[in-house]
Write a new protein. Sequence first.
Length: 180
Amino acid sequence: MGHKNTKLSKKNVKKIMRETRFTKKEVLDWYRCFLLDCPTGKLSRSELVKIYDALFPNGDHSTFTEAVFRACDINNDEHICFYEFITTMSVMARGTLNERLQWVCQIFDTDCDGTISRDELEELIFTIVAITGGKVCRETACERAEAIWIKRADDEIDGIPVTVLTKIIMSARKTLIQSE
Ligand SMILES: [Ca+2]
Ligand SMILES: [Ca+2]
């Protein structure tokens, strides 16, 4: 899917419509835009960085962009094809706040064990503030991570399940992302 100068087949459009919240027109519009940004039909890591540079001109998004790239590149071929791109866009553009937050939490589960460890949590908080253009030092990120960490239901577990963390962040998000 998504090679230069090719059209999306009807079958692929239907598959995308089934798996995303986009209409046929929206899928085709996104495809046109995708090809404009990456005529090869495959988005590389450096091209993704350029897109995020435009989206967050004042924020340091390098950790986030890397995490997004890893999360989107489902088949690990070092490129994001249109299918991988559009399924992510569906969550980001059409998902509820809860779904978007859950997606962000998920991409910081870097060892993919289904839970967020203390270190992963600190990185997540640091990055969320950084990409929104806020300024936060490592120390503050660490304190905020600690405040969430102690809310674990069970002190024995060494990670917070992504769904549980999403709920905690939802209720504490104002304090979490405020700048210093
Ligand atoms: Ca890929
Ligand atoms: Ca983890």
